[in-house]
Each structure stands twice: as C-alpha cells, then as structure tokens.
Design a protein around this ligand. Sequence first.
Ligand code: SF4
Length: 408
Amino acid sequence: MSFDDDKRRGVHRDGGGRGNALKVFSSNTKQETESKNEVLEKTMTPLEIMDDALKTYGDDIAIAFSGAEDVALIQYAHLTNRPYRVFSLDTGRLNPETYELFDQVEKHFGIKIEYCVPNEEQLEAFVNEKGLFSFYEDGHKECCGIRKVQPLRKKLSTLKAWITGQRKDQSPGTRMQVPAIQLDPAFQGILNGNELVKYNPLTNATSQEVWDFLRVMSTPVNALHSQGYVSIGCAPCTRPVTPGQQEREGRWWWENASDKECGLHSGNLSKEEKEKQEKREEDAADIFTDTAAISVETRDSMQKRISRDGKNEENEMIVLYAPWCPFCQAMEGSFTESAQTYGKAKNVRYSKFRADQDEKEWSKENLSLKSFPTILFFPKGREGYVKLGGERRDVDSLQIFIESIVGK
Ligand code: SF4
C-alpha cells in the first residue's frame, strides 16, 4: 500500500473519500493531536492509521508487542511495506507459549524484536525480599513496576511515538476512551523535548474483526488462545476467561474481586467508584445484630486484647467485618447460629469488630486483615490469635476450626 507523499507532516489536504481526507500536523500539541485523532478515527482503517504512524515517525516509532492478538499490529505494519520496529517486555514471567510466539514472529516476518528486560539489581532485591509471588498478597503494582513499567519507560524515553494494540472493547471500565492517536498522558518520549505520541490503530476494531484478519492473513498466534486465554500477560497473573466475561477479567482477578467485594484496594478505584464505595459504607445497615450472642468490640478493646501481655483469658472468636460486604452478609446466619449454640455450650465468646472505614488501615496492620470477613480465634491460656484460613464459614466449619485449636 502507499499514500501520496504530500501526506507528510505539515501538509493538510482535504478531499472526498477515505484516504483522501487526511490531515497531518507538524506540531504535536494536545489540541492538534486531538484534531488529528478526529480524522484518523472517523475516516481511517487500522492499516491506514498504521501507515500514517510509520510514515510520520519513521525510525522514532515502535510497536509494543505483548504476545497476544496485538500481533495484528505487526501484520498491518508488514502490509505497509515500510520499515518498522517492534519491542516486547520480557518480564521473565511469561508463558513458554508467549516466548515461542516471539520466536515464530521474528521468523515469519523476518524481524528482530527489541526485548526490554527489568533492571537486574532492582529485580534481585525485590524477589529476595518479597519472594516470587508477593503480588498475590499485596497487589501487582510493585512487581509490574519493576518488571514492566520501568523497562517500558526506559524504552519509550528513546522514542517520539509508539503503537499499541489497545481497543475500546477490551474492558468497558478502563478502556472506553482509547483514541486512535493521542499525546501519551503517562509516559515521556523525545518529541519536542519530552512529548510522546501514542497510536492505537485497533481502537475501533472488535475482537472478532481482529481475529478474522489474523485468520485470513495466516498470522502466527499465541497457542494460549486455543486454551481459552484472551488477554495474555505474565503466567501467574493471567487465566482463561469464560464466555461472557470481559477479556481483561482474566488478569489480576484476585484484585478485581477484592475491589468489588471487599473494598480493601480502594487505591485502585476510580473517583466515581470510590464515591460509590464511600456511600455504600455510610448507608449499610449493621449486621451480626444478636448482641446477646455476639459482643461488640471497639478499637480500644481490640487494642487491649492484642497488646495484653501474656495469655488469653477465654476462648474468643472475633469476626472482622464490613456491613456492606456481601461475604460478611452471607455468613451472618452461620456465625450467629454458631454463637447461639456451640458458643454457649462450649463457653466460647463470639464477638464482632467493624474493621472498615477508619479502622481498616489499623486492622490491616494489627489484625492480619486482608479481606472481609476475617475470622480470628484467641485460644484461652495461649498468646495471640489464629486466623481462619479457608473460605468455608458454615456452622460446622466454624466448629471444626475451633476444635482444631482447642480440641473437642
Ligand atoms: Fe509481576 Fe504479574 Fe505484573 Fe507480571 S503481571 S510483572 S508477574 S505482577
């Protein structure tokens, strides 16, 4: 494919029909990028957007290739007959199938992928301190920061523009605003000092359209797709999605669940979601309300309990709860029944401590709170507490939990 040479930067040409109504701007101010976006999004196909990107930025632009269906970008670049560069983030945690695809792609298109690897010193310090799976405990941000974001930042700091495979339909929550071209809001490049342009040629394409294209072009694809994977990232953080799920629900799923159900990762929520969550916390009616069977704890009483020197004076089962949490609501019946029957019969004191809002950070630090509900048992005659590890919270399971600590 080829376009007229007068489509070079700085030449504006209006005409009828797709491919003629092109505007290319020499400066990359925000407004001009937005204006160019209107033209690209309305009138141009992924192939035409790709051609515009490569023609405009030449050797100063590169395609970010993750090893998933964004391989379509490479196929489009190939079709332009222009030289193009491709880079990939080798986090060290990718699936073997992804590394195999990298190799196939290099051979199929006759290119060399530029691999970006994490800073060795930082990575070594991180895994030695926190182990290899800390993201399941405290979130993916730190690991992604070292293995992905910093290498990406380093690569982008050498470019004027980059090309990604982002599409609007990938995740309604986070990707509805994906322009065909934009000034990158997050990263810096070398354009006009430190600006960076981002092209998203696939933004308006659907997954079906991308797959139809890959099929007719016989483009090599990641073998994981045939195992149900849609979005592909690092092996421990990616799983197949079921029909009807958004494709990005297959990534960092344990955190997504917490965001929706437990509210412990409020840092990841958008402003709107945060406001909704705050309202939910304010409005929720209290639960575990049988105060004859279940005592109410406060920060002071919990503080005394954990800081008292020496042994617990009685057997105590305490639920750390949030009244709006559906999991807490779901166990209200079994916890109450267990308190009324087993608790009374065996002289085990049952209590509740509302651990959201102002108590959340303190509870995370002092009471091992990671999600709601958290159930702690303070055994009589011993120090400290034992945390219920499983998610079964029916009457029998609560009893088995206590008896496994104090005996029958
Ligand atoms: Fe680490 Fe998972 Fe992020 Fe990969 S996706 S960098 S393994 S947290």
